[in-house]
Design a protein around this ligand. Sequence first.
Ligand SMILES: Cc1cc2nc3c(=O)[nH]c(=O)nc-3n(C[C@H](O)[C@H](O)[C@H](O)COP(=O)(O)OP(=O)(O)OC[C@H]3O[C@@H](n4cnc5c(N)ncnc54)[C@H](O)[C@@H]3O)c2cc1C
Length: 579
Amino acid sequence: MESTKSFYIKSTPEVFDAIVVGSGITGGYAAKELTERGLKTLMVERGRPVEHQVDYIGENRDPWTMPNRGKVDEQVAAEQFPIQRQCYAFDEHTKQFFNNDRDMPYSTPAERPFSWIRGNQLGGKSLMWARQSYRWSDLDFEANLKDGHGTDWPIRYADLAPWYSQVERFIGVSGGKEGLPVLPDGEFLEPFDFNAVELALKAKFDAKYAPARMIMGRTANLRRATAEHQAQGRVQCQARHQCHRGCSFGAYFSTQSATLPAALKTGRLRIATDSIVHSVLYDPKTNRATGVRVIDAETGETREYHARLVMLCASTLGSTAVLLNSTSSAFPTGLANSSGVLGHYLMDHLWAAGADGRIDGFEDEYYYGRRPTAPYIPRFRNVVDQHPAFLRGYALSGGAAREGWGSTAGQAGIGKDYKAMIRKPGSWRFGLHGQGEMLPRFENKVTLHPTQKDKWGMPLLHIDVTHGDNDRKMREDMADTAANILEYLGVKDVRKKMATDEEYPPGLAIHEVGTARMGRDPKTSILNGHNQAHDVPNLFVTDGASMASSAWQNPSLTFMALTVRACAYAVDEMKAGRI
Ligand SMILES: Cc1cc2nc3c(=O)[nH]c(=O)nc-3n(C[C@H](O)[C@H](O)[C@H](O)COP(=O)(O)OP(=O)(O)OC[C@H]3O[C@@H](n4cnc5c(N)ncnc54)[C@H](O)[C@@H]3O)c2cc1C
C-alpha cells in the first residue's frame, strides 16, 4: 500500500461532504464507502498513524529475539496497562496497539469492574481482532420482540443479507457452507482444515447432537486471495498465527490492509490523526450536525472540522462518549438524546465458561503450520426447545492441539530438560468454551463522570455494568454443557472452567455493544433502521453503539454490514437533498 503520509491534514477551512470519526473496523469501512460514492471525506482519528507493513514492529520476531521473550515487562504492564494486560492478545509483540491505561483512565463502581480493551491508533482494533465473522439470523433480530427484553430491532435479516454479502466478498471470509438456519451461509472462501483429532470428534458430535454441528470457524483471513483481494495488494494467509502483530501480507482484514487503501485510491479521503473528537458541532437553527470539535492529542489545542454529514464510528463506548459530551440547550443530556436512553443498555458477550481435557491416542497424528481459526459449534440452545433456566443462546468454540512442541517457544524453561521437552510432542488436549448473549438491561449504562477528567480535559467515562440472573444461568449452562459434550466424546480428565466476574469482568469479551441503540420508536431509541439519529438527520452512528441486542455471534461483521448499508442510505439522502 502506498504511504498514507500525503493524505494527512491538521487545520483546514475546507467544508467536507462527510466526517467519519474513528478509523477502526467501522470507520475504515465508512471512509471507503463514502469516498467511493463520491463524497469528499475526512477521517478523524484520536490515535497516531500506523503505516501498513512499516509499523508492524512485532511482526516476524521470534520470542528469543525479544527482550523478554514476548512477555511485557511486569512493571510496565502493571503501571501502564493494568486493564489491557488482561486481554489474551496483549504481549511484547502487540503492546504498541493497546491503549495506555495510565493516559486514558475511566471509572467504574469499586465493586463492579468492567475491562475496557481499546486500540487507539489509525486502524483501531482492526489490527488486533481475532477475525471471527458470523452473520446473524432472524432468530437474533426477532429475539427482543419475542421475549420482550430490549426494544424491537427496526430491521430483519433480509434487510442486511445483501450487505453481508458485499462485505464478505471484499474483506475475504473463509468458511464452509453449512445450511444451518441459525447461522446463514455467505460468500465464503474455502474453510481451513480440521486436524485428525477434531475430525474424529466432529464425526461423533454431529452424529449425536444433530441438528447441531461442529463446523470450522469462519474467519476474515484469506484462505485464497481472489483477484479482488490481489488488486488490494493482499495475498493468501501464511498460517503464521501472528495476526495480532499486524500482517504485511494483508492476509487478514484490517483497515490498513483493505478499506484504507480503497478509500485513498479515490483521491477523496483526508486523514486527521492525533485528533480527539471532543464533541459534535450542532446548529439548532437547521437541526443539523455541522462538524466536530477536536483536541490535538499532541499539543492540547482545539480546532474544528466542518462537514455536511457526520458519521460516528469511534467504537461503541467511544461514539457514545462523544454524544454524551455534545450538549446544548436543545440536547442538554447529549446530542440526539431526546429519548433519554443514550448510554443505556450496554452489553458484552458472556465468556470464560467451558471445559477441557485430554485425548488419548492419535500419537502418530501431527499437524503442519498454524491455523487462524478453530472449530465452532453454532448456537443450539433455545432454537427449538426452551431451556427452563434462561433465554437466548450461545456458541461453543475450541479445538484440539498437542501439548509440548511448537507452542513452547514463548514459555518458561531453560536447559536440557526444556530442549528435550520441545522436541517431543505431548498428548492431545481438546476444549470448548462458550460465547453467549447478554440481555439488554436499562441499568447497565455509561455516563460522563461528573468531576474527573483525563489529561486532555475530556470527562472520564463512568461504566456501570453487571451480569443479570439470565446471564449467570447461561454461563453455568455453557460450562456444564461443554463438560457433558467432552465426556460424551471420550475426553479424559475433563475440567470444567468458569471464571468469576472478578476474574473475568464484563468487557473482557471485547464485544461491547449498545448505548445508542437502533429502534422503531424515537421515544425509546437513538437511531432509526438506517443508523440515522432520529433527532438529527445528518448524524449517523454505525458501530456497536447502535445494537439493540448482542446476539451470540462475534459482532464486527454485522457492524460492517450496518455501516455499508448506512453509507449507501446517507449518500442517497444527501443526493435527494433531505440531509
Ligand atoms: C484481541 C481482540 C480480538 C477480537 N476478536 C474479534 C473477533 O474475532 N470477531 C469480532 O467480530 N470482533 C472481535 N473483536 C472486536 C472488534 O475488534 C471490534 O468489534 C471492532 O474493532 C469494533 O470496530 P469499531 O470501528 O467500532 O471500533 P475500533 O476498531 O475500536 O475503532 C474505533 C476507532 O475510533 C477511535 N476513536 C475513539 N474515540 C475517538 C474520539 N473521541 N475521537 C477520534 N477518534 C476516536 C479509536 O482510536 C479507534 O481507532 C476483537 C477485539 C480484540 C481487541
